[in-house]
Design a binder for this molecule. Structure first.
Ligand code: LLP
Length: 414
C-alpha cells in the first residue's frame, strides 16, 4: 500500500504547508463510509450514532451531522462538543461506563438518550425519573468478539453493561419504578472481524427484548473492523448487514412493530480517512537494524504501543521503489515507542522506499483513536489537524504551543 496524496493533494505539500507532525483526514472517505453503512442496512430503519471518542474534532462532528449521522458520547465534555457541533439533545446518546449518577442526570436533562450500564444507575434513574424519561439499558451478552483482549467488551469478565444473566434484577427494578425502557444496547468490542460475534450478540439482545414492552430501539454498538493493510480480513458489511437486518426484521414482526436499529461505529467511519504525517529526524544505522527516528511518538499515536496495532507506514517523500530498506520506525519519546509493529503483534521493521533525514513518513489508519488519545507526554505539544474536503485542505486544529502545556500550571515557589 502506498498512497502519496489525499484526494489530489500531495502529502508532502500538506506537510510543507502545515508542518509536521500533522493529522490529515479525508472528508470524502468518511462520506463514502457513511454511504456503505447505510447501504448495508437499507432494509431496516437505521440510525447511525457516530462513537465520537474515535475522533472528536468539531469539524468531523459537523461533517457527520451534515450527512445525517447522529452521535454517541461518553462524557459530559463529549456531550458538550456534540451540542456545540449543532446536535439536538435527542440526537445524542450518552453511553458512559461506571460514571457518577450526576453525569447521567446532566445528560438526561440535556435531552440525550441514556444507556444505563449498571444496576445502581438503573435504580437511581428509576427513582429520579420514574416513567417520565425513557432510557436504554446496556446489556453484556457474554459474547467474545474484538481485535484483542483490551478492546473486547461483551465477554463475561468485561466491566461493561449489565450481565444478561441479571435479567431478573433488571426487570424487578424496571417494574418497581414503572420505568419506560425504550431500548436495549450492546457493544461487542472493537475490530470485530467475524460476523458470528455480531449475530450471537444480536440474537441474545433480541431474545431479551421480548421482556420489555416499550422498546423503540435496538442498539448494537460499533466495532466493525476495517483494513489496516492489503489483504486484511475486515467485517463483511454486506454479510453483516443482511444477516442482522433479517434477524431484526424477523424480531420486529414477532415483537409487533418495527423498531429503529442503531449502530455506533467509530473506526469504521473515520479510521481509514486519517493519515499521520511525521518527518524523519534521522536515519540511524545500527549494526543490527536501521532506525528511522521521526518527530513524534507514542504521545501522538499510541495505538501500536498500547495494542500492538499495525499501521501501514510509508515514505511519502520518495516514490522510487527501486531502492528499499527494512526500517524500524520509532519516535522521539524517552521510552520505547515503536510505530512499526509486525503483523503478529511484535515490534518489527517495515520495508520502505529509501529514507533520508527530512523525508515525510506517513502512517495510515490514523483517523480513529489517534489524535483523541494523544497526550502531552515528555511535554511535547499535540499536532495540528487538517480536513480535506472536495480537494480543499482546511486547518481544523492548530498545533499546540508551550502555552498549552503551561495552561493549568500554578507557578508557585514553596
Ligand atoms: N460503542 C461503544 C459503547 C464503545 O465503547 C465503542 C468503542 C464504540 C461504540 C465504537 O467502537 P469502534 O466502532 O470504534 O470499534 N482505543 C481502541 C478502541 C477502543 C474502543 C472503545 N469503545 C483502539 O484504538 O483500538
Amino acid at each position: 500500500m502506498s498512497y502519496h496524496s489525499v484526494q489530489h493533494i500531495k502529502l508532502t505539500d500538506l506537510a510543507n504547508q502545515f508542518g509536521t507532525p500533522l493529522y490529515v483526514y479525508d472528508a470524502n472517505k468518511i462520506i463514502e463510509k457513511i454511504a456503505i453503512l447505510r447501504d448495508s442496512f437499507k432494509n431496516v430503519h437505521l440510525k447511525i450514532k457516530y462513537a465520537c471518542k474515535a475522533n472528536t474534532n468539531l469539524a468531523i462532528l459537523k461533517l457527520m451531522r451534515k450527512h445525517g449521522v447522529e452521535i454517541d458520547v461518553v462524557s459530559p465534555e463529549e456531550l458538550h462538543l456534540a451540542l456545540k457541533a449543532g446536535y439536538a439533545g435527542e440526537q445524542i446518546t450518552f453511553t458512559p461506563s461506571g460514571v457518577a449518577f450526576e453525569e447521567i442526570a446532566l445528560a438526561a436533562e440535556a435531552g440525550a438518550r441514556i444507556n444505563l450500564d449498571n444496576l445502581d444507575v438503573l435504580e437511581k434513574f428509576g427513582q429520579k425519573y420514574g416513567n417520565t424519561k425513557g432510557a436504554l439499558i446496556r446489556i453484556k451478552p457474554h459474547v467474545f468478539g474484538g481485535g484483542n483482549e483490551k478492546i473486547m467488551t461483551a465477554h463475561p469478565e468485561s466491566k461493561f453493561g449489565i450481565s444478561i444473566h441479571q435479567k431478573a434484577e433488571i426487570l424487578a427494578i424496571v417494574e418497581k419504578y414503572n420505568m419506560k425502557i425504550i431500548g436495549l444496547h450492546q457493544h461487542t468490542g472493537s475490530d470485530v472481524k467475524n460476523a458470528d460475534a455480531f449475530t450471537q450478540a444480536a440474537s441474545a439482545i433480541l431474545d431479551l427484548a421480548f421482556s420489555f414492552k416499550d422498546l423503540e430501539i435496538i442498539d448494537l454498538g460499533g466495532g466493525f473492523k476495517v483494513a489496516y493493510k492489503d489483504g486484511d480480513i475486515i467485517t463483511d458489511m454486506q454479510e453483516v448487514g443482511e444477516v442482522l437486518s433479517n434477524a431484526f426484521l424477523d424480531f420486529s414482526q414477532k415483537y409487533g412493530r418495527e423498531l429503529q436499529l442503531w449502530f455506533e461505529p467509530g473506526k469504521f467511519l473515520v479510521s481509514e480517512a486519517g493519515t499521520f504525517l511525521t518527518t524523519a529526524n534521522t536515519v540511524k544505522h545500527d549494526p543490527i537494524k536501521t532506525f528511522v527516528c521521526v518527530n513524534s511518538g507514542l504521545n501522538h499515536l499510541g495505538r501500536p504501543m498500547m495494542y500492538g496495532s499495525y499501521h501501514d507506514i510509508f515514505n511519502a517523500s520518495n516514490e522510487d521503489e527501486s531502492v528499499q530498506e527494512e526500517y524500524r520506525v520509532v519516535g522521539y519519546i524517552c521510552e520505547t515507542d515503536t510505530f512499526s509493529w509486525s503483523v503478529d503483534g511484535k515490534q518489527g521493521e517495515r520495508r520502505m522506499n529509501q529514507v533520508r533525514a527530512g523525508d515525510i513518513i506517513a502512517m495510515k489508519n490514523a483517523g480513529a483513536y489517534c489524535y483523541s488519545m494523544a497526550s502531552q507526554y515528555n511535554s511535547r505539544v499535540r499536532p495540528a489537524e487538517v480536513l480535506v474536503l472536495d480537494g480543499q485542505a482546511h486547518l481544523i486544529r492548530q498545533r499546540e504551543t508551550l502555552e498549552d502545556i503551561l495552561r493549568n500550571t500554578i507557578d508557585i515557589d514553596l
